[in-house]
Design a protein around this ligand. Sequence first.
Ligand code: GAP
Length: 436
Amino acid sequence: MAAEQDLMEKVVALCKRRGFVYPGSEIYGGLANSWDYGPLGTELKNNIRDWWWKRFVQSRDDMVGLDAAIIMNPKVWEASGHVAGFSDPLVECKNCHQRFRADQIDREAPCPSCGKKGTFTEPKQFNLMFQTSIGSVEGDKNRVYLRGEIAQAMFVNFKNVLNTTRSRLPFGIASIGKAFRNEITPGNFIFRTLEFDLMEFEYFIRAADWEKTFEYWLGEQKAWLAELGFDPAHLRVREHEKEELSHYSKRTADIEYQTPFGWKELFGLAYRTDYDLRNHTEKSGVDLQYTDPDTNEKFIPHVVEPTFGLTRLLLMVLLEAYQEEGGGDERRVVLRLKPALAPFKAAVFPLLKNKEDLVGKARGIYDALRRDFSVAWDDRGNIGKRYLAQDEIGTPVCITVDFQTLEDDTVTVRDRDTKEQERVAIADLPRHIMAL
Ligand code: GAP
């Protein structure tokens, strides 16, 4: 376990040191559970997001996208059940007034914050929706919510999508964006935060098809994790007990990842029945039924919802990819990221910084590759150190321009995983990188 906690500390330190993730508002002392994604974290997050969109939306005939407003009419959240039922049970220490999730604390033990014993209140439901108000006057009339899940916009726009696309059952609406939850969190870095990025889709079906659709999407979620490079031994599926099901779900399964702080939810999969479309039909008065184009049968579709936490996945991708190898001079940290995820696909080095012709040649290669790939440049220190610096951020190949390059237009290409080097013609570099 110590080694595993160590892993978490090492990944957090790497994130800070190399600019993947910074503490939010750091110069003002930070803000609990808020984090900012630095230059490399932004690239990694965008790469995960783009892969997901390509795999689950652009490559499929049965999926369309939606990019909706974060602030919606508050009636949406009343109809969806979030105002009444989206809550966690909390207890408060009567001495220091710190709040804790009731399921994560021993109420007989001293308060972890102030150390006093026997001071906890009875558990009370605490709504997770962030509230704000529109305009300058606060109050019930102007109250709005930051969305607690991105799903609702896909239900609210169901009719718009039907009317403007050729989508026919079964089909999905997909979305990527921020969700906000006023959570008490145990502080496991970016695992559970106040705002986070979600990728998910609502897959609309006939009620009779829900079980086979559920199994299909569970298989697809697992398949994508394998493509991302996850070891299946680090993953498991956990069915939700009846008592823990969300207010809208008849069946939920989580894909959990073995983190240094235990098995934790990575992706979720829920059968939401016709709960949402039915509620919105009743509360808005707008008919959200689907009409079968062949039989003219009218009905409210059912929904299976695969959901993928983007920022949580980013953490798990880093934990999975982080490795330390060798000892002494041979010691290195290497992020074995799939090349499609790596912030830089390649790094270009001139062998020596003070040789103008080498630097000029390397600069030309760098500029040419940058038109198609995200590429790093480094001309500091010795080549060995530059390799190590790229290994720990997951750059799949390093390209060195040396004196031979000036004679025959070839460069040394060094592989991150095998550390092997080969000579490659400059003209072949784009193909070489594409093949990764
Ligand atoms: N529309 C369904 C929904 O939002 P959820 O299980 O509440 O389901 C979906 O959240 C996913 O979002 C989770 O599987 C997890 O990956 C991620 N997630 C949930 N709460 C989070 C938080 N506070 N911080 C970071 N990621 C979170």
